[in-house]
Design a binder for this molecule. Sequence first.
Ligand code: AMP
Length: 477
Amino acid sequence: MKPRCCRPHALPIHDIHEECGIFGVFNHPEAANLTYLGLYALQHRGQEGAGICSSDGKDLHCEKAIGLVADIFSEKRLKRLPGSIAIGHNRYSTAGGGGLKNVQPFMANYALGSIALAHNGNLINALEVKATLEADGAIFHSSSDSEVLLHLIARSRHENPYERIIEALNGLRGAYSLLFLRETELIIARDPFGVRPLAIGTVDGAYVVASETCAFDLIGAEYIRDVEPGELVIIDHNGLRSIKALQSTRKAHCVFEFIYFSRPDSYIFNHSGVNTVRKRLGRQLALESNIDADIIVPVPDSGVPAAIGFSEQAMIPFDFGLIRNHYIGRTFIEPKQSIRHFGVKIKLNAVRDLLQGKRVVVVDDSIVRGTTSKKIVKMIREIGGAKEVHMRICSPPTVGPCFYGIDTPTRYELIASSHLTEEIRKYITADTLAYMSIDGLKKVIPNPEDFCTACFDNQYPIEFPGKHNEQMELTFA
Ligand code: AMP
């Protein structure tokens, strides 16, 4: 059975989905080195490419490349990034890629000097704004939504750089956690919904900012606070200033950051521990759909805390029945279905010692297309020798694509958008399959009314303007 495809030609709203990691430093003699370490800790947020821009007080310097952070930044390369202010970006690989030209930070010279930008999120009206700018003669170097922002800043007539940024942000909709580097300052912005996480910390008297706090731990920085939704933070030699730049009517933090994307050792969205939330998800899932079994096995790495929670609640032993090869990237980043099929086997193997003849509960964070679960069930039966395989998913069925920065495919590729749980169970060949309920999810997430759960309930908190509505219809058909 293949996922039913109602409209195979349906287009994603944007060719680039940017779930990325960003990191910035102000006032540290080793700004570029700290940024390198910060990006290293945030590598899970993007593996296609990375870049760092630094300022020596007069000029900006930029180094970026395709690949992993540790491979890109040699000592020699880091030495080419002088100064005490820096920003960095890890780019998530996407279907179709985009190559070096889409690797951030983006840098530009404009009327007020130089500016560099690092963006995590997705601007949903960027294509429209870009078309208007192009009609007016603008030239773009990348196919990234983020470059549009630089154009809007450069074209603003305001003399004050912050007002230029605010004006540009007022013309854009969507999700953005943003870092701007100017010659003598670091400017931070977050969209009014606070979709992506962004935290400020301090180390050795310097300020640091990161998508996730796991980056602070590596460099010994202390968490100060989150950047508020709609806030603009300016850090210069006078210290830190905050401007309420954009009106925030409701928060819409991405629930998938808790479920899959962020690292379990991070604290996100006003300092909630990701590990604790995931463990609670596992407990809730066990309350909802426990079954008689011999062993609870996580799909590593993202399923581990939830499987521990499940095992504690169900009082069934937990063990690592699947072993992950850590020396490859995430399978999801492979652009073609055929490669991904192969990829799951490269990434995971079953431990026969633990699984032979057992009734196994497998805990994973989500099912997107169903490819991974199908391979895992087969592997646990054929290589592991399990007697029964019960799949438990610690999020509700993924029925809606994300337009705010998580790299999910179009609606017609999401297996749960067109199939019932029983049909999916048959497809993945599990003995039983159960997802978390939406109510269960909301019980576990702190302040659930402050979260976007569109991928599970199709309630999109950020309205799609103009032409995008038509494209949404297409994507949703
Ligand atoms: P699929 O094979 O398409 O059903 O993908 C499901 C697997 O992909 C699960 O094991 C998840 O851990 C993982 N996953 C879910 N969302 C994402 C994402 N945005 N990026 C990378 N991996 C993901």
